[in-house]
Ligand binder design. Structure first.
Ligand code: XMP
Length: 521
């Protein structure tokens, strides 16, 4: 067991796309948890882990099928609280003798759940249902229609007579909706109430997480050497420092500077790694090669592909020289894998594969190390803080792998990149001056392939147009434009036109995502 107080919450994964969100919510509550696929759970495993509580995740399966995934029934005799979510509720119901049926009407999205009168004082509903109902997010095709002995329904929705069920004597709870997703407005409170019932002490920290990851890494890597692919962003930097901390003499970083980073970023990365952390660091200045491969290319997908393959060629070339390194570390985060495969190896369906310059399909036989695979962006920032990365570095907005190339609409040339970089720097400077940086998910400039007529002094100008883009977002999946004041916008536009020769018009992009995307390409 890994926490000082031996408090483990075991999440049994049935393959839901959002299982990792349960873990994330629990970590927010300072509760230590581990996700394990249902197939790996057996009585010996339970004895060795000794969980203090269990959460059964959702999943794409149906307990009405002839064969369905189920945990060993031994979990119900451990004498610990169990919370079943969606499929988890159904599997618990079915294993304990209740009945689940396939519905004619499936329930997806927002729903309202109402508590029964006598349930309002229960601990599981503490601070919930204060006006009788809760807004939740449902996603199910089956529903519980008859309860096992000892259970009662304590909340219902229009389509689910048993939206929340409980065996109060055993502290078994089943909920039809997903408390782990943001759309369930008070979902975190449900989880907190459950964890409180289970008697957790709420004292787990990111420092412990760091130690736990380090232990797993030692088991995986042993004495072998590791190459870290650095992109200049927070994720790969945190990965590199975490590994260097764990294996002080085994890590070499390779930083391919594609010349598509923001103003001063490449220098900052090299300074942090060489001077601040003193990590062996190979810097490859490949901007000329990238520019020459991008010559004449305007089509966004072609740009991405060219950058991706140039990156791989150059990286491989360097990595070839480090043949004694067996592992390659990448800063893959959970949102990068969430739609690709089930995180824990469980049975979820593949929706799409993510593309990323950092995602290296290598022909050199490295084994992959991805220590941040379980984390979300804000958690990586916390870990970076724990590891001593400078605050200014950690709080950086996300930056796409293909860099400024996908913000330089049309052909990418040195001149156009320089122009864009200068506008971008002014925009960020303004945002910092107004104290807005941390309120914004991402802010950047875009150079358009358009010239417009202007007048400066007594002269006509015919120069480039740029767009400014700033959005708020929780996870980059949806976004809203940032509502700057007119004062901010006019001051920034003035600065850009006055300070950047070659730009005579500034626009502000007010498209949300969807229907737009955050990046323009
Ligand atoms: P979009 O433009 O799809 O972007 O709304 C969502 C988030 O993903 C980032 N992004 C990328 N990150 N490689 C990356 O590493 C890419 O090719 C890429 N494309 C978009 C984008 O900056 C935003 O944070």
């Amino acid at each position: 067991m890994t926490t000082s107080k031996n408090e483990l919450l075991l999440i049994i994964d049935f393959g839901s796309q959002v299982t990792q969100l349960i873990a994330r919510r629990l970590r927010e509550l300072k509760v230590y948890c581990e996700i394990h696929p249902c197939q790996n759970i057996n009585p010996e495993f339970l004895i060795s882990k000794q969980p203090k509580a269990i959460v059964l995740s959702g999943g794409p399966g149906s307990v009405t099928d002839a064969e369905f995934l189920k945990p060993p029934v031994a979990i119900y005799s451990l004498g610990i609280p169990i919370l079943g979510i969606c499929y988890g509720q159904q599997v618990m119901t079915s294993q304990l003798g209740g009945i689940v049926e396939q519905e004619n009407i499936r329930e997806f999205g927002r729903a309202e759940v109402f508590s029964s009168n006598e349930a309002s004082n229960l601990t599981i509903f503490k601070n919930l249902f204060t006006d009788g109902s809760e807004v939740v997010w449902m996603s199910h095709g089956d529903r519980v229609i008859s309860l096992p002995v000892g259970f009662k329904g304590i909340a219902h929705s229009a389509n689910s007579p048993f939206a929340v069920i409980a065996d109060l004597s055993k502290h078994f709870y089943g909920i039809q909706f997903h408390p782990e997703v943001y759309h369930t407005v008070n979902g975190a409170q449900f989880l907190e109430n459950f964890v409180r019932i289970a008697g957790f002490s709420f004292d787990w920290t990111m420092r412990q997480f760091k130690d736990e990851i380090a232990k797993k890494l030692r088991d995986q890597v042993g004495n072998e050497k590791i190459i870290c692919a650095l992109s200049g962003g927070v994720d790969s930097s945190v990965t590199a420092i975490l590994l260097h901390n764990t294996f002080p003499n085994q890590v070499t970083c390779i930083f391919v500077d594609h010349g598509l980073l923001r103003k001063n970023e490449a220098q900052e990365v090299s300074q942090i790694f060489k001077q601040h952390f003193n990590i062996p660091f190979i810097e490859v200045n490949a901007s000329k090669q990238f520019l020459s491969r991008l010559k004449g290319v305007s089509e966004p997908e072609s740009k991405r592909k060219i950058i991706g393959s140039a990156f791989i060629d150059i990286f491989n070339n360097e990595a070839e020289k480090l043949r004694d390194h067996k592992f390659l570390a990448q800063g893959t985060l959970y949102p990068d894998v969430i739609e690709s495969v089930s995180h824990s190896g469980g049975p979820s369906e593949t929706i799409k594969s993510h593309h990323n310059v950092g995602g290296l399909p290598l022909d050199i036989p490295f084994k992959l190390v991805e220590p941040l695979r379980e984390l979300f962006k804000d958690e990586v920032r916390l870990l970076g803080h724990e590891l001593g990365l400078p605050k200014e570095f950690i709080r950086r907005h996300p930056f796409p792998g293909p860099g400024l190339a996908i913000r330089c609409i049309g052909e990418v040339t040195q001149y156009r990149l320089d122009l864009l970089r200068r506008v971008d720097a002014i925009f960020l400077d303004q945002i910092n001056l107004f104290g807005l940086y941390d309120d914004i998910w991402q802010a950047f400039a875009v150079l358009l392939p358009v010239n417009t007529v202007g007048v400066m002094g007594d002269s006509r100008t015919y120069e480039n147009v740029c767009a400014l883009r700033a959005v708020t977002s929780v996870d980059g999946m949806t976004a809203n434009y940032y509502p700057f004041s007119h004062e901010f916008l006019s001051q920034t536009a003035n600065r850009v036109v006055n300070e950047v020769v070659g730009i005579n018009r500034v626009t502000y992009d007010i498209t949300s995502k969807p229907p737009g995307t955050i990046e323009w390409e």
